[in-house]
Design a protein around this ligand. Sequence first.
Ligand SMILES: [Zn+2]
Length: 212
Amino acid sequence: MPGPVRAPGTVPAAAFTPAPPARHHRAMSHELVAYLGVMDAGKSTLALQYHHSLGGKGVVYTSMDRGGEGVVSSRIGLSHEAREVKPGFDIYDDLAATRPPYVIVDEVQFLEAPKQINHLADAVDGLELDVYAFGLKTDFLGRLFPATQRLIELADRVEELPVRVNCWCGERGTHNARLRDGVMVFSGDLVEVGDMDSYTVLCRRHHRAGLA
Ligand SMILES: [Zn+2]
């Protein structure tokens, strides 16, 4: 239906709404991508593979890798130096100062939430960087890590880690379990220094039943 006729060159004030910014005003579309999964699903290996295939000139952050401070180590033997993210570290400021071509974050579940995850999103939007974050989805109690939760809230995309890990029953392993002397335990801090416990991956059914 045609609108009301009005004199040429006039626009009723109430009808005027500014156009939203067009997407093509951004030179490229940048994104925050989360790669989440269970232990042993190739998280650090994939992080290092991305770093290599993107040219190796980006920054790699990690937090509390089992291989030590300032290193990303994978179970298949690859390792690479990385910038250690500690509590209170301002990732956005660091990226604003260094302006790397892309950002890789391993062990993202250990970052401070929500602050350091907000920094990652701010870096995508404010500094126009691509940020690829790799981490565990849930802890040994089956709960989202706070940083992982914030990452899921902010990510442009959430992807599964590509390596399938099976429960002992053959089903897809979806949950991390903490074991002490071979028995599943449900207590203790998320991160235990000098942790003597071991971990395994179970399907939901056997995680909920406590059957490792
Ligand atoms: Zn199972």
